[in-house]
Design a protein around this ligand. Structure first.
Ligand code: GDP
Ligand code: GDP
Length: 441
């Protein structure tokens, strides 16, 4: 049960043939969400494989969108958003035998604005020689040429899968970097990023080599410590090298965000003499949203005049400013004197592990039953939220899917209760958690 595989989403209006294509591609392969008696969920996630590439397939039409009270166009938009959020590749299916509808244009518009690769698929094409005119019309969607298929007859679906596989992100197995922890060192200019990187690397560690990062924004330094491999993504180093003196705040934010994307654990540096700034909040928010492990590092602690209460007070202030990061451990250091710098990698290891923790479904559901028993979900206008079961759908960040009778009954306070319980029971220090609700009737 891994959602660490790339995800391919099938999107389109009702009746264009999504579930037919889904079944065609996924064939008889095992459903990702394990089967338990009484629970049918054949239209959720399924494993598929083509040319030795494994991926997960979602039929967005099969997930929680059968609510008849919601207008179709709103449902379509939600589907598209879900696909954009979750998928690595999006298959946008249209019916070649029918005219395009406003909903098709709405989805196309949404998809054009997303950064995800989209493959336009013209389904129900039975005669490939005669399909030209229909396919030509589809260019109006602005998504490039459509791949014609017949889902029901399995025509041309091999070509479609070739196109899908070509768009999948690189196979991590092929890159063969299994146990490397990528650490992004981020923070505003002058918080001490370079000093910290130097201090970390200056200790007894072996630097493997110094290679430019995949972007021109950072320098990646791989190194080993106690048999473990790390890559330090240093957003400050490149600036020195490039001698660009006038970097705007904006550019430093963009650079930090890209470093966050490539990392497993984020070291969020703040300056003890300045406290938390707006830019710190922005970057920290991004790290939180992107599900990375996060450690808050207060640097330049040597400059602070302190008594025995200073650290607690400071920590309280930071937590108040960064309310959404209650789970992130804090460390007070001085990159200059080296104070507590030696604690950082231990904490990185710990947080990386927490971020990839997986809870078995049986254990999870046993716990959830107890939590519900201790604190039953509140009612809303006479209706009570029912949690039927839950499963951990992925790691990095740990993502829990709760199958419920009505997702709108999952209120913020109950969601927070569940998150707190998950943390009390299973840890997840330094790691954001995702709680997703899905409808099951
Ligand atoms: P969904 O609502 O998008 O999931 O669409 P379905 O997969 O349920 O298909 C809707 C209808 O279109 C069904 O009656 C299918 O048999 C039919 N259909 C699906 N693919 C094809 C195709 O390639 N050719 C033809 N002629 N009909 C198809
Ligand atoms: P960067 O822009 O984030 O890479 O920051 P630098 O590492 O270049 O540091 C900016 C300035 O802060 C330099 O003058 C450093 O010497 C100083 N600095 C960095 N860390 C510390 C620290 O822990 N204590 C003190 N007192 N100064 C520091």
């Amino acid at each position: 049960m891994t959602l660490t595989k790339p995800v391919v989403a099938i999107l389109g209006r009702p009746n264009v043939g999504k579930s037919t294509l889904f079944n065609r591609i996924a064939g008889g392969l095992v459903a990702i969400v394990e089967n338990r008696p009484g629970i049918t969920r054949d239209r959720l996630y399924r494993d598929a494989e083509w040319l030795n590439r494994k991926f997960s397939l979602i039929d967005t039409g099969g997930i929680e969108f059968r609510d008849l009270s919601t207008p179709l166009s709103a449902q379509m938009r939600r589907q598209a958003e879900l696909a954009v959020e979750e998928a690595d590749v999006i298959l946008f299916l249209v019916d070649a035998q029918a005219a395009l509808t406003p909903d098709d244009y709405t989805i196309a518009h949404l998809l054009r604005r997303s950064a995800k690769p989209v493959i336009l698929v013209a389904n129900k094409v039975e005669n490939f020689d005669k399909a030209e005119a229909e396919l030509f019309e589809l260019l109006e969607l602005g998504l490039g040429e459509a791949v014609p298929v017949s889902a029901v007859h399995g025509l041309n679906t091999g070509d479609l899968l070739d196109a899908v596989v070509a768009q999948l992100p690189p196979d991590p197995g092929e890159d063969a970097e299994p146990d490397v922890i990528h650490i992004a060192v981020i923070g505003r200019p002058n918080v001490g990023k370079s000093s910290l990187v130097n201090s970390l690397l200056g200790e007894e560690r072996v630097i493997v080599s110094n290679i430019p990062g995949t972007t021109r924004d950072a320098i990646d330094t791989p190194f080993r410590r106690e048999g473990k491999n790390y890559v330090l993504i240093d957003t400050a180093g490149m600036r020195r090298k490039a001698k660009i003196a006038e970097l705007t705040e904006h550019y430093s934010v963009v650079r930090s965000l890209r470093a966050v994307d490539r990392s497993d654990v984020v070291l969020m540096l703040m300056d003890a003499t300045e406290g938390v700034t707006e830019q710190d909040k922005k970057i920290a928010g991004y790290a939180h949203e992107s599900g990375k492990g996060i450690i808050l590092i207060i640097n330049k602690w040597d400059l602070i005049e302190k008594d025995d209460k200073t650290m607690n007070k400071f920590e309280k202030d930071v937590r108040e400013e960064l309310g959404f990061l209650q789970y992130a451990p804090t460390l007070f250091i001085s990159a200059k004197t080296g104070q507590r710098v030696n604690k950082i990698l231990e904490l990185v290891d710990f947080v990386a592990e927490q971020n990839s923790t997986r809870v078995a479904t049986a254990v999870l559901n046993e716990q959830i039953r107890e939590w519900i028993h201790l604190n039953p979900p509140p009612t809303d206008k006479g209706r009570r939220l029912k949690i039927l079961y839950a499963t951990q759908a992925g790691v990095k960040p740990p993502t829990f899917v709760f199958f419920v009778n009505a997702p709108e009954l999952m209120h913020f306070s109950y969601r927070r209760y569940l998150e707190n319980r998950l943390r009390q029971t299973f840890g997840f220090e330094g790691s954001p958690l995702r709680l997703v609700t899905r409808q099951r009737e």
